[in-house]
Design a protein around this ligand. Structure first.
Ligand code: NG6
Ligand code: CA
Length: 517
């Protein structure tokens, strides 16, 4: 609280100063400045986790304010049911199944975006934008062996971001440090960081060997190095002064995001604000503990919503709200038990994180990829609910339309008018992905090919969408994907198979055509 309060005072002071200094320039007759663009990206927030999307047990007033004052998309998709592939697709406009490295990455993975690749921040930079990322990265860093004690590169700054303040992978993966423009923040050179995902460092306690040292217990995975009483994925040694305090992470990212806005308000800016909530480990700041009655998962959603409210206040105070396009979404669907005992399952009550949808994170069913999806631009976007099919993959082409930017061949569709609520005709078709398996949505129909593997991931208790035969659903009257029409509608099945293969066959990137029986 202290940290955030003193920052608030400083912020208000700076806001006044910057506003005053900006006043003199307002008479300039140059053409209207293109809008600032902020993508607020949550981690594992489900379709049903937001009030405006039907949640009644969980209060999300700030996300609701965006949804009710902007366009609330009911058919908005992440590109994948997991994080790295969705983030790859969001930034590049390329389907993740075209990149064999776009899978859930360890903290030591090399960068999976080619530095020659067009990305949203690169495209916007050419249009005069300053570009920044604050929050979760999870797209790999470096090009092989990373020395965390030197500048870590290539990373966000090499694919278009002028400024970056990130966590490398996830909150549950080492290294548990923030990285600012490639440098581990607060690192003491006398205490260098070592990271290994295979072997532990001698003498370092793990969650497996030292359960007595844990303040949060692991359920599956997550039993390697212990940081801040929480067992992680991967082994880490050193870097004590640089280690993050999980409970302060939300405030830390918020403050960095606010600072970024303050510092770049005179130039159009693009801010990718990638919150860590409600991904595991769920560690609300003490002032949010108990705020939801649902345990840590609910509490961190309340916390994330508060952060979004504070960010909006900053924009309002700086009089930027009417010149800022805000996009809010999530990288994949919801999960309750994702590897720690944190009462997410026990305290869920009547709350439905996936809303009316089937499945969740990791799933080919709708809840894997259909997520909260909101565009907001005060004074420009008229409030509405839209059932147009849109994907995060379309941001690249649509933001290029908005700013006059150029992109090469991608999977991104120019849907600016849809995002601004001037048109309700979205995509006709979209390939959905869940950990390298793909499905196909066309109109109101969904085709899921047969896949081997468990029907239900019993660790997380989520139906993955794997079955022996084809699944065909008509979402128009079966949103919950209960009635498989594959046998009853052979012609539809055949036509969808052909169209799916046509798209999966278009070759750029490293596409391997899909073979359907
Ligand atoms: C899984 C982790 C899960 C989460 C996920 C990535 C285990 C057993 N499970 O492998 O906890 O970290 O990866 O989530 O380790 S994502 O949202 O970044 O894709
Ligand atoms: Ca995620």
């Amino acid at each position: 609280m202290l940290l955030y309060n003193s920052f608030k005072t400083l912020l208000s002071l700076l806001a006044v100063l910057l506003f005053l200094s900006g006043c003199g320039q307002k008479e300039d007759t140059s053409p209207a400045q293109p809008p600032n663009i902020i993508v607020i990206y949550l981690d594992d927030l489900g379709y049903g986790d937001v009030g405006a999307y039907g949640a009644t047990e969980l209060k999300t007033p700030n996300m609701d304010k965006l949804a009710r004052g902007g366009i609330k998309f009911t058919n908005g998709y992440a590109s994948s049911a997991t994080c790295s592939p969705s983030r790859f697709a969001l930034l590049t406009g390329i389907y993740p199944w075209r990149n064999k490295n776009a899978k859930i990455l360890p903290g030591t993975a090399p960068l999976i975006i080619d530095t020659a690749q067009v990305t949203i921040p690169k495209m916007l930079k050419k249009q005069g934008y300053h570009t920044g990322i604050v929050g979760k990265w999870h797209l790999g860093l470096g090009s092989g062996q990373v020395d965390w004690n030197q500048r870590v590169s290539p990373g966000p700054n090499e694919v278009g971001f002028d400024y970056s303040y990130i966590m490398a992978a996830t909150q549950d993966r080492v290294p548990t440090v923030y990285i600012e423009n490639g440098y581990v923040a607060g690192l003491d050179p006398a205490d260098p960081i070592q990271i290994d995902y295979q072997n532990n460092f001698e003498g370092e306690p793990t969650g497996l060997d030292h359960p007595e040292m844990l303040k949060m217990k692991w359920h599956h995975g997550h039993n390697n190095s212990i940081v801040n009483g929480i067992p992680r994925i991967g082994f880490m040694k050193g870097g004590k002064s640089a280690k993050w305090v999980d409970e302060d992470m939300a405030d830390t990212f918020l403050i960095k995001a606010q600072q970024y806005i303050m510092e770049h308000q005179q130039q159009p800016f693009f801010l990718y604000y990638a919150l860590q909530q409600p991904h595991v480990p769920r560690t609300p700041h003490p002032r949010f503990v108990g705020s939801s009655g649902m345990g840590p998962r609910g509490d961190v959603i309340v916390e994330a919503d508060w952060c979004i409210g504070e960010l909006l206040k900053t924009l309002e105070e700086l009089q930027l709200l009417e010149n800022t396009l805000i996009i809010l979404s999530s990288d994949n669907g919801p999960v309750l038990n994702d590897g720690y005992y944190d009462q997410a399952v026990e305290l869920i009550g009547d709350h439905k994180p996936a809303g009316p949808l089937r499945g969740g994170k990791y799933s080919l069913y709708q809840a894997g990829t259909r997520v909260p999806f909101i565009t907001y631009w005060k004074g420009t976007i008229q409030p509405a609910s839209s059932d147009a099919m849109v994907s995060q993959i379309d941001f690249l082409a649509s933001l290029a339309q908005l700013t006059g930017g150029n992109i090469g061949q991608t999977d991104s569709q120019p849907l600016l008018e849809v995002f601004l609520g001037k048109n309700n005709t979205g995509r006709e078709e979209l390939v959905l992905e869940a950990t390298t398996r793909t499905a196909f949505r066309q109109g109101n129909w969904v085709l899921i090919p047969p896949y081997e593997g468990q029907a239900v991931n019993t660790n997380v208790n989520i139906e993955l969408g794997n079955t022996d035969g084809y699944q065909l659903f008509n979402l128009q009257d079966d949103l919950g994907e209960q009635s498989n029409l594959a046998d009853a509608q052979p012609e539809k099945l055949q036509q969808m198979k052909e169209d799916f293969q046509r798209i999966r066959g278009t070759d750029f990137g490293e596409t391997e055509p899909l073979e359907l029986k």
